[in-house]
Design a protein around this ligand. Structure first.
Ligand code: ADP
Ligand code: MG
Length: 398
């Protein structure tokens, strides 16, 4: 058992029959313009815990945030579509409250029978949620006997439903999804088998500098692609044309390269790139790293880079991936991310991917089943790897 779970109970050890169990879930799902759930992964990931509680005869109260409502209730941020999708998946009715606190919610929960499920309306309709307000947390605490956190995607935020609420409830536990996430990601920070390789990409160095630092202490090699690589290549004096480069992070990138060298961590940067003159170009051109023209934008890593990264990944015992290798949302610039996803999936090691866009790239490549663990938390997985304490996990400790 990893230290992250020390003194944290899990939901399957609790006596829950006929008790009111509030489960903090992450139903912050993407919606279509018509208000339908466009990707129900997060809802499906919460099913094991919800089904367990139903089977044990708990009275299940679900709570989540969705989107970023400004001040108060806004219809477009209602959890109604998520509740409808959950009802389909469970094959049973879900009662949605008008508000997450107050007499209405209290009555729904009081009337809730064993094995039934209520969903509280969006927590963020109250600004007190993000303010970690204790009075608001006490209002939520009135709705339950037991608190369960299964929202890995939200545990790095000290918000009321994640932090103040569990502290106000006598019995609290991790859900099955949260436990699985902590076990998988925990094994990346504690004696991970080597060779241990991290693959980093995505939009910015600045978003990820802390995780790069933390990884330098653990990994044997760091493979860098995506727009992040542009900044490293620019720091090495390569011409980057009109590519996304963080001009104010060149010194940071040089510093990372030096420290990696001192620690004998191999850093691999792309050796070729796919460039185009605009992000909406219908195709790209492969150029070597010295030949990016003044009007070129580097939008993906090239085939030689994919081959070099794949060679490194072959035989790795532990792999962590965050950040796509290019603008994978556009077909002409997806090959790098898909190629690297395949190489990771077939490395034979323990493989973990985290980050909203990286996970989307893995699913786009149809490789979701081939990874050891696909994390539901982008920010949370990075903070865990940085070695930071996660407020939502700390609040569960006995
Ligand atoms: P994650 O969500 O996995 O943490 P990020 O949010 O850091 O990843 O970055 C993903 C975004 O970066 C994607 O939208 C992708 O299109 C973009 N991106 C990656 N490489 C490039 C590039 N070379 N040029 C422009 N955008 C890029
Ligand atoms: Mg992202």
């Amino acid at each position: 058992m990893v230290a992250l779970l020390d003194r944290v109970a899990t939901v399957d050890t609790l006596e829950v029959a006929s008790r009111r169990v509030l489960v903090r879930v992450d139903f912050n799902v993407p919606l279509t313009p018509e208000g339908q759930v466009s990707d129900d992964t997060r809802i499906r990931e919460a099913l094991p815990t919800i089904k367990l509680l139903i089977e044990k005869g708990a009275r299940v109260v679900l709570a989540s945030h969705l989107g970023r409502p400004k001040k108060g209730p806004e219809a477009k941020f209602s959890l109604a579509p998520a509740g409808e999708r959950l009802a389909e998946l469970l094959g049973q009715e879900i009662i949605l409250t008008d508000d997450c606190i107050g007499d209405g919610a209290k009555k729904v929960v009081t009337d809730l029978r064993e094995g039934r499920v209520a969903l509280l309306e969006n927590l963020r309709f109250h600004p007190e949620e993000e303010a970690n307000d204790e009075g608001f947390a006490r209002e939520l605490a009135r709705l339950c006997d037991i608190y369960v956190n299964d929202a890995f995607g939200a545990v790095h935020r000290a918000h009321a439903s994640v932090d103040a609420l569990p502290r106000a409830v006598p019995q609290r536990a991790a859900g099955l999804l949260l436990r699985r996430e902590l076990e998988a990601l925990g094994s990346l920070v504690q004696s991970a088998p080597k060779p241990y390789i991290a693959v980093l990409g995505g939009a910015k160095v600045s978003d990820k500098i802390e995780v790069i630092e933390a990884l330098l202490a653990r990994v044997d090699a760091l493979l860098i692609g995506g727009a992040m690589a542009n900044t490293f290549l620019a720091a090495r004096g390569k011409p980057m044309g009109k590519s996304l480069v963080e001009g104010d992070k060149l010194a940071t990138a040089r510093d990372v390269l030096e420290r990696a060298h001192a620690r004998k961590v191999a850093i691999e940067l792309p050796v070729d790139l796919v460039v185009a003159e605009s992000v909406s170009a219908s195709e790209g051109r492969v150029v070597d790293i010295e030949s990016v023209g003044p009007n070129d934008m580097a939008l993906d890593i090239g085939p030689k880079s994919v081959a070099a990264f794949s060679a490194r990944l072959f035989g790795a015992k532990t792999v962590f991936w965050n950040g796509p290798m290019g603008l994978f949302e556009k077909a002409p610039f997806a090959a790098g991310s898909i190629g690297v996803a395949r190489a990771i999936a077939s490395s034979g090691g323990f493989t973990v991917v985290g980050g909203g866009d990286s996970v989307a790239a893995v699913h786009q490549a149809g490789l979701g089943e081939k990874f050891s663990h696909v994390s539901t938390g982008g920010g949370a997985s990075l903070e865990l790897l940085e070695g930071r304490k996660l407020p939502g996990v700390e609040a569960l400790r006995q």
